[in-house]
Design a protein around this ligand. Structure first.
Ligand code: SF4
Ligand code: SF4
Length: 396
């Protein structure tokens, strides 16, 4: 995952953790040297050459993230495609870009369509739900502009997915949330990420806590564990009656994969973190997008080899720690096959017997897995018998 514009963003979402990174590590070093410019063309070329070179399969996926990656002009991405063609001979190259959608233009959409890029659009539900937190730099809601951008993507035949958060506000009305994506946006792929942050005031201007900070209050916009569980149960109940095989909700797919003993396709529900390293605009590489802190820096592609950083001891240890640091409560949990203790960044609770490392959302996941278990059992049996999982809808 590359962040060509670093943490820069045109929005000021109230729950954003990434803007905090402007105060940290690489961005501090970058500061005087020109924050605002993002990744240079020279670094872009090195990144594309090295990234293609490190792949062991014929398929290479480039993922462009932010902040807001479209702060970099379209010419930057056209150059990226030229370089991919040049260095990628014999490889099948694909690209995805995650955006808030506000910079999309007809020219951008034509490019995304012609090059076959997949677009992840951040949108949090209905106008009321989205505008609760997703504000621009003037404090104005952004929902109308995002919906207009999605219409433009549709007009140009660009493939897109919705990336929503579940937070303390929109979790109050899961059905309005789900029906908006299904019926109004006609969305086919929906990724829902729970927002959880804790407050801690730092002398350098940051407001959010890191994993090892203790006794920090939960930020008001965060979803609470039980809210998360009930929110996903309500959406699941609608989905399992009407939309299996038609609409793909990442948590439901990942859970079914866990039932089948397969890889879930998303790191948070996987046994180990995998290779989710993130590269900042100045070439600094970190273990994960959620761990852009100095102690998780793997090096810089200008001075360190990409293979050594991606497959070296430090990153392997980071990846394995997800499994090795599980508390006993998780290791003995009946839902471990689908949960795997979820993301380590949220493991700041203690278990009932005082062991550290329990995920903050555990109570919500237990509600969810308990609720969906009979349906997951049924869908698993259908798939093992060679029939589609959508057969589960005939139960209703
Ligand atoms: S820390 Fe969380 S988000 Fe990062 S790679 Fe691991 S599971 Fe994924
Ligand atoms: S449901 Fe809770 S106890 Fe079970 S694996 Fe997940 S976080 Fe651990």
């Amino acid at each position: 995952m590359a962040k060509p514009a670093g943490p820069q963003c045109n929005l000021r979402c109230k729950y954003c953790y990434y803007l905090e990174k402007q105060h940290l590590g690489s961005s501090q070093e970058q500061g005087a040297k020109g924050r605002g410019q993002g990744m240079t063309d020279k670094l872009l070329e090195q990144y594309i050459r090295d990234y293609i070179g490190v792949q062991q399969t014929p398929d290479v996926l480039f993922a462009w993230h932010g902040g807001e990656p479209m702060i970099k002009p379209l010419a930057f991405y056209k150059q990226a495609v030229r370089l991919q063609h040049y260095y990628g001979r014999g490889k099948r190259i694909s690209n995805s870009i995650q955006t808030n959608g506000l910079f999309l233009t007809p020219e951008w959409c034509q490019f995304l369509h012609d090059e076959g890029w997949l677009v992840g659009i951040s949108i949090d539900g209905t106008k009321e739900q989205h505008d609760a937190y997703r504000l621009d730099a003037h404090g104005q809601g952004t929902w109308e502009r995002v919906v207009e951008s999605i219409k433009m993507l549709n007009d140009y035949g660009v493939e897109w997915n919705a990336m929503a958060t579940a937070n303390h506000y929109n979790c109050q009305d899961p059905i309005a949330f789900y029906h908006f994506f299904r019926d109004e946006l006609k969305c086919k792929f929906l990724q829902i990420s729970p927002v959880v942050e804790r407050i801690k005031e730092h002398s350098d201007g940051r407001h959010l806590a890191q994993l090892f900070d203790e006794d920090c209050p939960i930020a008001p916009f965060s979803i609470r564990p039980e809210e998360w569980g009930h929110f996903m149960c309500a959406i699941f109940d609608d989905w399992v009656k009407h939309d299996v095989g038609e609409m793909f909700v990442q948590l439901f797919d990942a859970t079914l994969a866990g039932w089948l003993g397969e890889a879930p396709g998303v790191c948070v529900y996987a046994e180990e973190c995998g290779h989710a390293a993130v590269m900042e605009q100045n070439g600094d590489l970190y273990s994960c997008d959620h761990f852009v802190f100095p102690q998780y820096k793997l090096g810089n592609i200008r001075t360190h080899g990409l293979p050594q950083m991606l497959y070296g001891t430090k990153q392997n240890r980071f990846s394995r720690l997800k499994r090795e640091a599980l508390p006993r409560q998780c290791r003995e949990c009946q839902w471990l096959k689908a949960c795997h203790g979820e993301c380590p960044r949220l493991r700041f609770l203690r278990t009932a017997d005082g062991e550290p490392g329990l995920n903050y959302l555990c109570a919500g996941y237990r509600i969810f897995f308990q609720h969906v278990a009979p349906y997951m059992d049924y869908m698993m049996q259908e798939l093992l018998a060679g029939r589609p999982a959508s057969g589960v809808m005939s139960l209703f």
